[in-house]
Design a protein. Structure first.
Length: 664
RNA sequence: GCCGACGUAGCUCAGUGGUAGAGCACAGCUUUCGUAAAGCUGGGGUCGUGGGUCCGAAUCCCACCGUCGGCUCCA
């Protein structure tokens, strides 16, 4: 006897062995045909799983429930795997194929190890989609089968699926008495927790295979590279179309596309991969952003320093970067014999130089904290496959600073760094970010220094983020090699995560470099260091910013803030006067003196995302005004040149992106 | 670095073995124009680089360089 309670509170009794599907059928045939899965006592279950005797709460999951999409996508992965096996042969190995619910582009994937000599390219995807459609049309039921580990291994051995056997062995290490569940759909069987759609027909036709990629087995580069196929699936064809549309729209915001269109930066094959050239328009954005930040640093007691691009290799041995991170460095410069025995290194980071500046004079506790700041350019030999626009480059700037303080001052300093980082994000309206606490991985040997130091630093960070009541995740293995850190992570236009601001607590380099200060007790003590970069790097930050604003920068950052557009060149003289007035007020202005018609001039300025246009013709000359137009808000009417200047200056100072409000 | 794809004019792209094309952009001329593209004319390409096959290669093959999507990495 099975007693169930439905979400509306009503109760039903069923015979032993009844399924959630039977419950749905009892309510209405429509619900039964719409049923995707069931929530039984809070656990997602197949609708065909018999309910055990006793009392249960049951909720029928249909496509309207948020849990349903994950079930659909998971089944889509199985159907794709079945299709791939049909097309590429049963000696194709399949490893893992999860549903992706948080990815911007993809909804599921499956990783395959294809038979010797076979490969899948993007051109093959339609063929696989067709095969999937056949499987869907056949409405093959998915049957859940539970097996003992031994039976499961025997079954997988029989069909030659060695990755599955490895996965079973792994699972047994954690839970030796586990019952393993499998799903069989026709001639295809896969180990899977479930639940799944009751049959492949329920998958429908709102799915699409998106791309093929390589992926290492278990994410380990020492393992074999498998072939991963990414796809997406929805219940409704309209949702799929909207998804594809959303991706296409997002790609128009891609900073690499806008960077070219708006003349912001250039990546030139002749210069070298990952070595961006900043064009005049992009340089203005950097100049404004860095200028603003420099002002904020001075307010906070930072002192500016400048250091060279190269230094003796030995510095990096002391810091510990070399030779551990040799693969990430540009090759050492070796000089003629006898000179600089050890060679020079293009700097991968600024800290050793700042440390030498700290050491250059005796420090008293009264001097601390010492905050040395520099927009320092560093060079890292990133793997070629990693390079991406401005977000991952080989030569970039850090809005770097190193704070040297007493252990007592440390947490207040960390807190102030968090404040500054948040101010940077808030000023630019970047409010969609997450905070990651990067801790050492206790199983890895890549970290330097004593365990006690790490404990101290990790606890300093925890206390600060708790005090500030921040949302964060702790991630072991994400620390810098010298200390744990607080990272601010944002997403780009297609959902890839990038670390921007970072605050790193370091007890180790002060030891390695033997840093000291004299305390009130007249004895030498060891300072603590903070490495911090609120933007992370202007390159990456601006790359993200381009996408955030879709190239339409707020007035204070806009490379050109206003375009003066004479209706014809009869009014060029007057237009030049307007340009002078704006430039005298410190605004960046372009004059469009082309022979084009006014519509073309407006179009050009709008496409270039120039915030304001000042149209001048006979009427404006008469009344000493300009006809103002905003790039998105459109025609804003006429106003005097003086009020136009005032309006722009006010908007510039506000650092906002609100269009100028025109007094009527 | 690894898997897969791509590379033709400044940009976006067409061209699958037989004399290299379009739109935009650029230059000249005409038009002097009122809120998202006036008209005509013209210049511009060692088809990423190097090698090979072929009577003949943008097109087929190999290597390299670069870019894109992933994976790995990210001090």
């Amino acid at each position: 006897m099975v007693t169930i309670q439905l979400p509306d509170g009503s109760k039903q009794s069923h015979d032993s062995g009844a399924t959630a599907l039977a419950v749905a059928e009892g309510i209405s045939p429509r619900l039964a045909s719409a049923a995707i899965a069931a929530d039984v006592d809070g656990k997602l279950t197949d609708i065909t799983t018999p309910l055990s005797d006793g009392e249960h709460t049951v909720r029928i999951i249909t496509s309207r429930d948020p849990e349903a999409l994950e079930v659909l996508r998971h089944t889509a992965a199985h159907v794709m795997a079945q299709a791939v096996l049909r097309l590429y042969g049963n000696d194709t190995q399949y490893s893992i194929g999860p549903a992706l619910m948080d990815d911007f582009q993809y909804g599921f994937y499956y990783d395959f190890d294809l038979p010797e000599g076979k490969s899948i390219s993007a051109d093959d995807l339609p063929k696989i989609e067709e095969e999937m459609a056949k499987i869907i049309d056949a409405k093959i039921p998915l049957q859940r089968v539970e097996m003992s580990p031994d039976d499961a291994k025997a079954e997988m051995k029989k069909i030659g699926q060695s990755y599955k056997i490895e996965m079973i062995d792994d699972m047994l290490k954690e839970t030796p008495d586990a019952k393993l569940s499998f799903y069989r759909q026709g001639d295809f069987i896969d180990m899977c927790r479930g639940p799944h759609l009751p049959d492949t027909g329920k998958l429908g036709n709102a799915f699409k295979l998106m791309s093929v990629a390589g992926a290492y087995w278990r994410g380990d580069e020492n393992n074999k590279m498998l072939t991963r196929i990414y796809g997406v699936a929805f219940f409704d064809k309209k949702d799929l179309a909207a998804h594809v549309e959303r991706i296409e729209e997002a790609k128009k915001r891609d900073h690499r596309v806008l960077g070219r269109q708006l003349g912001l930066f250039l990546l030139d094959e002749k210069v070298g991969p990952g070595l961006p050239l900043w064009l005049p328009n992009g340089s203005i954005i950097r100049m404004e952003l860095e200028g603003w930040l420099r002002g904020e640093l001075l307010k906070r007691g930072y002192q500016p320093v400048h250091t060279p691009h190269i230094g003796k290799l030995d510095l990096w041995r002391t810091s510990g970067h070399y030779p551990y991170y040799e693969h990430g460095l540009f090759p050492t410069m070796n000089l003629a014999e006898g000179e600089g025995e050890d060679g020079y290194l293009l700097k991968p980071m600024n800290c050793p130089f700042h440390i030498q500046i700290y050491k250059s004079s005796q420090k008293s506790y009264r001097d601390l904290p010492v905050r040395l700041s520099e927009f320092g350019q560093v060079y890292r030999f990133e793997q070629s496959g990693e390079l991406s626009g401005l977000t991952r480059v080989r030569g970039f700037t850090q809005d770097d600073a190193h704070i040297f303080c007493t252990p007592e001052q440390l947490e207040a300093e960390i807190e102030s760094c968090v404040d500054l980082t948040k101010l940077c994000l808030a000023t630019l309206g970047l409010d969609d970010y997450r905070v990651r606490i990067g801790l050492r991985d206790p199983d890895s040997a890549k970290y330097t220094g004593k365990s006690e130091n790490w404990d101290l630093a990790e606890n300093n960070i925890r206390r600060v983020v708790k005090k500030l009541d921040m949302n964060y995740t702790e991630e072991p293995g994400e620390a810098a090699f010298y200390g744990p850190k607080i990272d601010f992570v944002v997403k780009d236009c297609i959902g890839r995560e990038w670390q921007l601001g970072t605050i790193q607590v370091d007890y180790n380099l002060p030891e390695r470099f033997d840093l000291e200060y004299t305390a009130a007790d007249n004895a030498s003590h060891r300072p603590v260091m903070i490495h911090r970069a609120p933007l992370g790097s202007p390159e990456r930050f601006i790359g993200i910013l381009i996408e955030h604003f879709a190239g339409a920068f707020p007035l204070w950052l806009a490379p050109v803030q206003a375009a003066v557009l004479p209706v014809s060149d009869k009014f060029l003289n007057y237009a030049q006067g307007v340009v002078r007035a704006l430039r005298n007020a410190g605004l960046r202005v372009d004059l469009d003196d082309s022979p084009d018609k006014i519509g073309a001039k407006i179009r050009r300025a709008t496409v270039q995302k120039i915030p304001y246009m000042a149209v001048v013709g006979g009427r404006e000359v008469e009344s000493n005004t300009v006809a103002v137009r905003h790039r998105t808000a459109g025609d804003a009417g006429a106003m005097s040149v003086e009020s136009f200047v005032e309006g722009l200056l006010a908007e510039k100072i506000s650092r906002g992106s609100e269009p100028l409000h025109v007094a009527s």
